[in-house]
Ligand binder design. Structure first.
Ligand code: DGJ
Length: 345
């Protein structure tokens, strides 16, 4: 095995034009390829979120492996010291249908926050399905997305098991796609899309993170898959248009304060690529000893074979109010120095 690795390493050193072969090398993240965990299985953490606790990153996401018990919805958890090699820690949450949801239901885009005061891990998730139509007493079926709530679950350990607490509508609003943001001062925010008002909210979590307590900003833009990063004095928000599982040209805006005012939304990738067939999920900031790198985390959905959906991660070009997603290519990230190296042809 070792000899094989050395052989590939030699090839790469001698023939840089073979950069595309990088995807087969350890330590390299290959956007859009099958990404294997420590068991050799495709990582199942779709629509996910990442937190760092001490020296370990935890990646949570929708578990969509084949053969799951369809009576439940699952959130998986993986850990990594380098953002590249991921250890499968199992199902952090196995949820049966909350009583108040009707019809076919979904659990999407789980995000976990660590609360330093309570020492608890708090998971938010988008729970959706049908609701009763009071006029006819029949379940309302609008694509199964009329329940429009967040669910909350808690755990003492990062890998779970998370105990489900409740579902609710944050700020009494319909809530579909959610995103998480923790500012440099430790304040935690939930980003949630609210269709009736055609935009999305940035809202502060309560001190124990179990509730959504205060609106920070409502951004009037019909976008979902919201994610935020704070970089060199500016906030950058990204989101995708409302086209279901189909990719579209995702957009970004900036503001000096989370409460706005936000700039106009612009594309951050060539529009004809539909964000390289991906949808925004999160941005991870790696503040290293030499550099700060921000990685775009997008999902490449395969609605008919969701277990095979892929991840498009890529270091972003960011700064001075500009944001750009370079053409995806294999890359390495050094989480200690913050430096990345992209292997372009
Ligand atoms: C787009 C959302 O971002 C996904 O999380 C999912 O809800 C799909 N729509 C469902 O069509």
């Amino acid at each position: 095995m070792k000899n094989v690795l050395i052989f590939f390493l030699m090839l790469w050193l001698l023939f840089p034009q073979l950069a595309h072969a990088q995807k087969n090398l350890p330590g390299v993240i290959s956007p859009g390829e099958i990404w294997k965990d420590d068991r050799g299985q495709h990582i199942q953490a779709h629509g996910g979120g990442i937190i760092k606790i001490k020296n370990l990153y935890y990646w949570y996401g929708e578990e969509r492996r084949e053969g799951l018990d369809t009576n439940f919805r699952y959130v998986s958890c993986y850990s990594s010291a380098d953002l590249t090699n991921w250890k499968h820690l199992g199902d952090a949450l196995k949820l049966s249908k909350p009583d108040t949801v009707l019809g076919k239901w979904v659990l999407e885009r789980p995000k976990v926050y660590y609360n330093h005061r309570t020492k608890k891990y708090v998971m938010y998730m988008h729970v959706d399905g049908s609701v009763r139509n009071f006029k006819s007493n029949e379940p309302t079926v609008t694509g199964g997305y009329s329940y429009a709530r967040v669910g909350v679950a808690v755990s003492d350990l990062p890998e779970g098991p998370f105990k489900f607490i409740r579902t609710f509508r944050p700020l009494n609003r319909e809530s579909r796609d959610i995103g998480q943001f923790v500012d440099d001062d430790g304040q935690a925010y939930l980003i949630f899309e609210s269709r009736p008002t055609k935009g999305f909210f940035i809202a502060k979590l309560s001190d124990d993170f179990l509730d959504v307590k205060e609106e920070t900003c409502f951004i009037q833009a019909p976008l979902e898959g919201g994610a935020i990063v704070h970089y060199k004095g500016l906030y950058y928000v990204i989101g995708s248009e409302l086209t279901g599982w189909r990719p579209n040209p995702n957009k970004f805006a900036t503001a000096k304060s989370l409460s706005g005012p936000w700039s106009e939304f612009l594309d951050f990738a060539p529009s004809e690529t539909n964000t390289y067939s991906s949808q925004s999920t999160m941005m991870i900031k790696i503040s290293g000893s030499k550099k700060t790198t921000v990685i775009y985390m997008g999902d490449q959905w395969k609605p008919k074979t969701q277990w095979d959906s892929r991840y498009l991660w890529m270091p972003l070009e960011i700064g001075d109010g500009k944001l750009w997603l370079p053409k995806p290519a294999p890359f390495k990230i050094n989480v200690k120095t913050g430096e990345s190296k992209v292997f372009t042809n």
